[in-house]
Design a protein around this ligand. Structure first.
Ligand code: HEC
Length: 147
């Protein structure tokens, strides 16, 4: 009986975690929040590089991108086309997730460099992050591109 109730408890737990993903719009909103977080940090770093904002927070902005990049994988795991994500995200999941792994590695490296010296963060280094390449392949272009 004890094993049985344990099995039920486990099933209930699974059901609860599945229901966290039950609404497709929630799934889409969540991954967009994760992406937007990185977009905001890149925008803040650009302002610093253009001397429109104080440089004190530079390394932390880069660290936030590095902390957010690994979250993107979990966020895109559920196969929910929609938003501006192309169905190819899941059709070519091996390639898509490899690109996310590269993002994690590249942002981690830049975060470490930024911690050592603010001068390590340049416009070219930002441009070299694999954001744009993935968007060109897997994202429907937004109607009015902000950049
Ligand atoms: C592996 C592919 C991939 C990489 C790498 C990637 N993105 Fe994205 N990004 C996407 C996809 C797909 C969407 C569309 C998601 C949707 O609408 O459901 C998106 C959406 C966005 C959005 C729009 C969010 C919104 O408001 O709807 C921003 C901003 C963004 N990404 C910024 C970034 C930045 C900055 C980086 C690099 C630091 C990055 N992305 C790296 C795939 C990627």
């Amino acid at each position: 009986v004890r094993n049985l109730s344990r099995a039920f408890a486990f099933a209930a737990l699974l059901a609860a975690s599945a229901s966290a993903w039950a609404d497709p719009q929630d799934t889409i909103d969540y991954r967009r929040h994760v992406m937007k977080t990185m977009g905001e940090q890149v925008a803040a770093i650009r302002m610093i590089l253009e001397k429109k904002a104080p440089a004190d927070n530079l390394a932390v902005h880069v660290a936030v991108i590095a902390a957010t990049a690994p979250q993107a994988k979990k966020a895109f795991e559920p196969q929910v086309p929609g938003g501006n994500a192309k169905p190819a995200v899941w059709a070519d999941w091996a390639d898509f997730s490899k690109r996310l792994d590269s993002l994690v590695a590249a942002t981690d490296e830049l975060a470490k460099a930024a911690k050592g010296s603010a001068a390590a963060v340049t416009g070219a280094k930002l441009q070299a992050l694999p954001c744009q390449g993935c968007h060109e392949t897997y994202r429907v272009p937004p109607k009015a591109p902000p950049k």
